[in-house]
Design a binder for this molecule. Sequence first.
Ligand code: PXP
Length: 236
Amino acid sequence: MPKLCVNIDHIATLRQARRGREPDPVLAAGICERAGCDGIVVHLREDRRHIQERDIYLLKDALKTKLNLEMSIAQGIVDIATDLKPDCATLVPEKREEITTEGGLDVIKGKERIEKAVERLQEKEIKVSLFIDPELEQIKASKEIGADFIELHTGRYANAQGKEQERELKDLVIAKDKAIELGLKVNAGHGLNYQNVSSVAAISGIQELNIGHSIISQAVFVGLEKAVREMRELCI
Ligand code: PXP
């Protein structure tokens, strides 16, 4: 059974719609923990469209579980991460114009720059995860630059249907096996929801699922605590 880590970016999206104080992602994190989640994930974007620096420092102090900071490899963001020292940093590609993180990191193309960021973070004893598509060459490159974890991008699986979805699921299993064989730990996430999560949760060897949008959307109707509990039950 994988651990469930909740991405609370979209609590902050709602707050930023009015640039006010509510809803507070720090309060949301406490509710997610009460519902039994295993960790909290936030993405400090360069454009600060949702999560703010205030949030990550308060979360770091307040969390009883653990903090996974999604981040780009931009110098200023790495500076903040090395000061914050989250339990884990997940490196993601970031484009200003995108609505959400669109694809995985190209570790082959960005090898030198990514490796430098990995080193700086690991010097501060932060575990580093690389968010990549389920592709063998990306997994090998992730191992070569010394990542601790990879997070397999489940977006292609989530967007597919029928036979195509079965193929995407197989690709996730193959990628997970290869990563474990190389000594990497494996997480997964993006686009997972109450309808499609069970097949991914059933893949043995995946340590954590990182899920955001779907849980926060469900929370609008049933409340955050229930939304997290419902997702946890599907991960068993
Ligand atoms: N994992 C990573 C690396 C992400 O960038 C995101 C989106 O912020 C997620 C997981 C969660 O995706 P979703 O909001 O679609 O559940």
